[in-house]
Write a protein that binds this ligand. Structure first.
Ligand code: GLU
Length: 505
């Protein structure tokens, strides 16, 4: 069991967009698989046809492509253990349901929904189990003839797991340690429904994990209550020796207050909880995504990796390959992880800084183009290198540096009041003449010449630079003045100076 090949799976139900908690689950599976040279399977658990949502499967796949999480086998990837979509495995499940029925480990139950409701009203906290099952209509309480005639007449039934009471059930969880429960508290869960000839989640999940030789089940905390039943199912099939090891991840908590993170928190505080924008096919509503909100996938990965796992040193910025080597499932926390979206924005900023200017320029280029501006890549790279430290998102670069591309047509009133003095026009005229005479318009040379001129005339550094900035930018913001004039060039610098002189007088 210990030297078993690592095979893990991410097994979403295609019921809508993938929540960010699900993305973290997939990421941890991926990191674990890569770290152990194992395989990562993508399985679609679509046995609940009522909850099926058109487009969800493609959405999930696209999300992982964007994030750079790849699978070794599964739906759309192929592999030797397929099919990987549960709705295509009906016959397999039927066979295993029959095995349990034949062994007396499961039974058919004919109770109608009305009959079940009546029982629930009659008996407080009614549970279908060893204490009640003989009072119900099933293949244990009815005679063989009665069962036969119900089947003959086409009566629908479900197959229930026969939980033997008083057994010790041990769930050994890598994160939570050993949890022992008494089987008496469990109910006889439905494993299969004749009406749609489909198994329920529990049966399909166990059969598939077994047949696909899954070694570790790493999934969200919400599945922890199912684990004892799953252990009993492995036992019933005689598969306990190859039962996967469990690891139930902690919940993602709201940024503030109690409870688990929800889409409403994101809407309220202004951050997405889905990897990609989601257009709900039924309601038509649109939910924001990390991709469309301009997060870098590497930043999202890094942030998510640290939600519930801590490498134990102070290093926060880690690439995917560093995460693969450092990740430790056993060090994941049992306690919920608070979703600190401000930290997520910080990660995005850090990744913008760490990416090369040319990478950021490539992402920024379409934004610039969308504003109708045509700019050469080398120039954009220079602008990016000057400005990227000031933004958290690439799209914010537009507001931060649109003045490079577009000359001001208006001048910020407050700045004008403060920075444009009665003699500013005359001084800017002098500056324009000086700059016009410069053969070498490099940043260094402008800097040298302008400083010498200011000194010679006894002007104030501040008054000159502030008026110059107002003329070139239209307001009081921006980087070093010569970084601006140097990049927009002599001709444009002079044109902007002259225009300001004319307009502001
Ligand atoms: N289909 C379940 C889900 O949607 C899978 C749970 C599990 O990993 O066992 O999350």
């Amino acid at each position: 069991m210990t030297d078993r090949k690592v095979r893990v799976r991410f097994a979403p139900s295609p019921t809508g967009p993938l929540h960010i908690g699900g993305v973290r689950t997939a990421l941890y599976n991926y990191l674990f698989a890569k770290q152990h040279g194992g395989e990562f399977i993508f399985r679609i658990e679509d046995t609940d046809s009522n909850r099926f949502v058109e487009g969800a499967e493609e959405y999930i796949l696209e999300s992982f492509r964007w994030l750079g999480i790849d699978f070794d086998e599964g739906v759309s990837f192929g592999g030797n253990y397929g099919p990987y979509r549960q709705s295509e495995r009906r016959d397999i499940y039927k066979k295993y349901v029959k095995i349990l029925l034949d062994a007396g480990k499961a039974y058919m139950a004919f109770d109608t929904p009305e009959e079940l409701d009546r029982k629930r009203n009659e008996i407080e906290n009614f549970q279908y189990d060893a204490t009640t099952r003989m009072a119900m209509r099933n293949s244990l309480s009815l005679s063989a003839d009665e069962v036969e005639s119900l089947l003959q007449s086409g009566h629908q039934y479900v197959v229930r797991f026969k939980v033997e009471p008083g057994e010790k059930v041990v769930v050994n969880d890598i994160i939570r340690g050993v949890v022992t429960i008494d089987s008496s508290i469990l109910d006889d869960k439905v494993l299969y429904k004749s009406a749609d000839e489909l198994p329920t989640y529990h049966l399909a999940n166990i059969v598939d994990d077994h047949l696909m030789e899954v070694s570790h089940v790493i999934r969200g905390e919400e599945w922890l209550p199912s684990a004892p039943l799953h252990v009993l199912l492995y036992r019933a099939f005689g598969w306990q020796d190859t039962m996967p090891q469990f690891a139930h991840l902690s919940l993602l908590l709201k940024p503030e207050g109690n409870g688990k993170l929800s889409k409403r928190d994101g809407d309220r505080l202004g951050f997405p909880v889905f990897p990609l924008e989601w257009h709900d096919p039924k309601s038509g509503s649109v939910s924001s995504g990390f991709r469309e909100s301009d997060y870098l996938p590497e930043a999202v990965i890094n942030f998510l990796a640290l939600l519930g796992w801590n490498p134990g040193d102070d290093v926060e910025i880690m690439s995917m390959s560093e995460l693969v080597s450092k990740f430790d499932l056993a060090k994941c926390s049992k306690a919920g992880a608070r979703f600190d979206y401000k930290k997520m924005i910080w990660f995005n900023h850090e990744y913008i800084l760490r990416k090369s200017d040319s990478e950021i320029a490539k992402i920024f280029m379409p934004v610039v183009k969308a504003h109708g501006v045509d700019v050469a890549e080398p120039l954009l790279e220079k602008i990016v290198s000057l400005m990227k430290g000031r933004v958290n998102f690439v799209h914010e670069l537009w507001d931060a540096c649109s003045f490079y591309f577009i000359a001001p047509t208006q001048y910020d009133e407050k700045t004008v009041k403060k920075r444009w003095k009665s003699d500013s026009a005359q001084k800017m005229e002098e500056l324009a003449t000086l700059l016009q005479g410069l053969e070498d318009f490099s940043i260094e040379n402008q800097d040298k010449a302008v400083h010498a001129w200011i000194e010679e005339k006894g002007y104030g550094m501040g008054e000159i630079m502030n008026a110059f900035r107002l003329a070139l930018v239209g307001e009081g913001k921006g980087p070093q003045m010569f970084d601006i004039s140097g990049l927009i060039g002599k001709e444009e610098t002079l044109a902007r100076l002259r225009r300001a002189i004319m307009v502001l007088g």
